[in-house]
Ligand binder design. Structure first.
Ligand SMILES: [Zn+2]
Length: 580
């Protein structure tokens, strides 16, 4: 890495094993930095989308469209050999298409050796040089990255905006860079006594290195990405957790940052403990929180975040990115196809975590997700969650769909199957699918097996359509000392209903109607309150009647879903109150 002209070059030896049952006669590499050139797909998309990302669009212009040659990014293959023989390849935007010399048979391996040269672009999105907070090098998406091949075939998506899907591998990285630079990111440093910069054993002095440069040797076993960042002015702190990984923190040596970045350290430990307990144990011995990038982005064993924030925001972004270690780095879903599974599940678990470690004590920690989702429905711009992440018409629609509606997928599922069953399902999901590439059906089946309920209707309506939920109380009438209640289903999406009845003497009881197609009932979510299980509600029926064994005069109010975890788009008709 030449820190003066931002050019770099290297050699990549890739031992690639074909674990599929098909013979492969080609492979693809992602060459992400080529997106940062005028006229790239990323540039053109930026110019055409109605609500461009502000980080990438200034003064009415795509920032990529005005990059000068020495500010652009590129990553080029200079040569490529398969087991020592030249192979032919061509670069198409951000994807290198390679025709192999010898096809790779199922179960066999081949060695691909590429010489590459790159230039780090001015920081525009995720990676780059000299970000808005003055971090010299934020190096993600920097190396030739083999595309993923799985039961769906190749996933050689162009880099337009979002996001990533990669193969597991053992990374062994040697990085040579100006010796004044401090490097943090993925991987365990193999030569700390040579490097120093806070990596050496406390109380020891690093060896003196001759020359201008230093070579850092990292190993990262079983990861699907490798990020590093470097700056000559990083402070490097570490916090060794008891029975847990070492946490590393890299931040610019600016007086106004210190207090927040010191206080962040025990909060990162608390979050790690929360996720270990609620999802499953973090399997690596290290995690690094690195100031850099353009907001917050998750990588293997590390994150790049901007650091000039309020304390709450700094903890919030760190907790979110750390949660991605589980929902993306260990449960490695295809983010382009199922963004709701990584962004949504991450938002869900980080909302719970923030509520606990920051003592927020919110009754509904997911409230903002629901607000966002309702706003999207109101806007009429919603597209199904099955839309490819690059093909949403608006960034707004993508963001709410992935983060908010994705988070509600789980919080609302807790309403459907019960909170304990949901949390137990998440732990099972992690246990079964860590270091794999789960797909939507895998979370559905996991929750089905844990709860004993059928959930096909939930997965299809919530993730593959824009059907909405709207139930209401339409008629309440007294009759011979009893009360008749008529409910109606207005929205297309089916849901089971919890109905709370509050009496004038302050006593309460609940009624529950499961969907017939759930083939079962959840446990009583309010064990202290008497619950009556009503007959199942078959979805096709648009209304449903039941009777309460007390007179109308005794009733104060009737409420559908007092938890408000069911994303009912019109809550006005969920409450009936006896105002006479
Ligand atoms: Zn995220």
């Amino acid at each position: 890495m030449d820190v003066n002209n931002y050019k770099y070059g290297g050699t990549q030896n890739l031992v690639y094993t074909n674990n599929s049952p098909e013979t492969l006669d080609r492979v693809y590499y992602h060459m992400y930095f080529n997106a940062f050139q005028p006229g790239s797909e990323m540039d053109i998309r930026l110019q055409n989308v109605a609500d461009p990302d502000e980080r990438m669009f200034r003064a009415g212009q795509s920032r990529i469209s005005v990059l000068k040659e020495d500010e652009q990014g590129y990553l080029n293959a200079m040569s490529l050999k398969q087991d020592g023989k030249d192979v032919s390849y061509s670069l198409e935007g951000t994807v290198l298409e390679v025709s192999l010399d010898q096809p790779i048979a199922p179960g066999s391996s081949t060695e691909l050796t590429m010489e590459f040269e790159g230039q780090v672009p001015v920081q525009i999105r995720r990676s780059g040089r000299n970000n808005s907070e003055g971090v010299a090098l934020s190096m993600s998406q920097w190396y030739p990255k083999i595309a993923a091949y799985d039961f769906e075939g190749w996933h050689a998506d162009p880099y337009i905006a979002r996001e990533f899907h990669g193969e597991w591998g053992d990374f062994d990285v040697k990085l040579t860079i100006d010796k004044d630079y401090v490097v943090g990111g993925s991987g365990y440093l193999q030569n700390p006594e040579e490097v120093g910069h806070g990596y050496q054993k406390p109380g020891t002095e690093p060896k003196k290195v001759k020359g201008k440069n230093l070579t850092w040797h990292f190993k990262a076993p079983m990861v699907h990405d490798f990020m590093w960042a470097a700056d000559p002015d990083y402070i490097h702190d570490t916090l060794q957790m008891e029975n847990g990984p070492a946490l590393h923190f890299f931040y610019k040596d600016k007086p106004e940052l210190k207090e927040n970045w010191k206080n962040l350290q025990p909060k990162t430990r608390d979050a790690m403990e929360f996720f270990n307990k609620n999802i499953g144990p973090y399997p690596y011995d290290q995690y690094s929180v690195v100031q850099g990038g353009d907001g917050g982005m998750e990588y293997a064993m590390s994150t790049l975040i901007t650091g000039e924030r309020s304390f709450g925001s700094l903890v919030g972004v760190t907790v979110h990115e750390l949660a991605h270690s589980w929902f993306q780095h260990l449960l490695a879903t295809n983010e382009s196809k199922h963004a709701w599974m990584d962004e949504g599940f991450t938002s869900f678990i980080s909302s719970l975590c923030m509520n606990e470690i920051m003592d927020q004590n919110k009754e509904n920690p997911f409230e903002n997700s629901y607000k966002g989702y309702y706003a999207l429905v109101q806007s009429g711009k919603e597209q199904p969650q099955t839309t490819h992440a690059d093909r949403f018409d608006l960034n707004f629609a993508y963001g709410i769909s992935a983060y908010s509606k994705g988070s509600i997928f789980l919080s609302q599922l807790g309403y459907v199957v019960g909170q304990d069953k949901l949390m137990a399902s998440l732990r099972k999901f992690y246990d079964k699918f860590k270091f794999k590439h789960p797909v939507p059906n895998d979370i559905k089946r996991t929750v089905e097996m844990e709860s004993g309920l059928e959930l096909d209707w939930y997965l299809t309506d919530w993730t593959q359509t824009t059907n909405t939920i709207d139930y209401g109380i339409s008629v309440v009438s007294g009759q011979e000392g009893k009360t008749q209640v008529t409910l109606e289903r207005i929205g297309l999406m089916p849901m089971p209903l919890d109905i709370l009845v509050v009496y004038k003497d302050d006593s309460r009881e609940t009624f529950y109607t499961a969907l017939r197609m759930m083939r079962g009932e959840k446990d009583n979510p309010y064990p202290d309150i008497k619950r009556t299980i009503l007959p199942d509600w078959p979805w096709a029926f648009s209304s449903y009647e039941f009777s309460i064994d007390r007179s109308l005069e005794d009733i104060q109010a009737i409420v559908i879903d007092p938890s408000q975890l069911m994303a009912d788009i019109d809550r006005n008709n969920n409450i009936w109150s006896n105002d006479e």
